[in-house]
Design a protein around this ligand. Sequence first.
Ligand code: PMP
Length: 325
Amino acid sequence: MSGTTIDEKLANIPALGTEIAETSWAFHDGDFTKLADAKVSIATHALNYGTGVFEGIRAYWNAAREQLYVFRLRDHFARMERSCRIMRIALPGDPDALAALTLDLLRRNGFRTDVYVRPLAYKAARSIKVALDGLRPGFSMFAFPLGAYLPTNGLTASVVSWRRTPDNAIPARGKLTGAYINTALATDEAHDEEADEAIFLTQEGHVSEGGSSNIFVVRDGELATPPVTADILEGITRQSIMRLARERLDLRVVEREIDRTELYIADEVFFCGTGAQVAPCVSIDHRTVGDGRIGPITRSIGDLYFAVAHGDDDAYPEWRSAVYR
Ligand code: PMP
């Protein structure tokens, strides 16, 4: 990785280094439309105040089966419904209906590659009233091809000076558009430090999560991850990994407070998320994690996660929604 700047690395990840192409089908204002035609007014409440909620969903192309599998599709819309409850936004359908809509959108696009799906529910009213109640909602969704979001071959991380937004200020539990300013500030600081991913601490100074991912540490064969009360997004990948580790790898997994210096002495550290997938971390704050190579537990978890998500491993069929019949 040496000799390559963060910008050069990101430029190599399609759809991260460049703007998303607008030729695909999207869903906007109750209809399918080309992404290029899905527009909002500049007076839109959510554009002015960040009053939206969103999801990030991955679908993996399985070439051998000629099938596109969406990972934990319904669970993402169940979380979106919970985010909307915090933000007092009404969705146009229940999680089952929105899952069916997503499959329609992916089919209409005919994708035969790994894709990322972005549903967005927001305060669509043209209003400058700073409040949540009584503002007209909007719902949109688009999808685009996406490979890795973070490097998966051993990344570097930096504990940033920005603290994770506390629950009683801007709740990290909700996937709220405006709250991602916190991530953007942290990510820039990490990149300025030549690190790939940020690590947030809570206001109290315990480990919270990555900039756009949850974090696990391995100590003496045990997996630990911060609890849902550590101002984290309650990640779907995090929950999947806890189950895979316990049920398939017979590992002990605990949710507990984690100190900053535990990151420096851990045997293994990895990030996880829909975008991040399973991203092993080999260096934190210029200290080598373990022996500087991807550890055996991280590797087993990564391999298992990718196999299950791609449908190469038949376990957990309820986690995969097939796009094509
Ligand atoms: N934390 C943050 C701040 C995130 O943006 C994400 C990505 N959605 C995650 C954690 C991981 O969540 P999930 O596994 O549900 O994608």
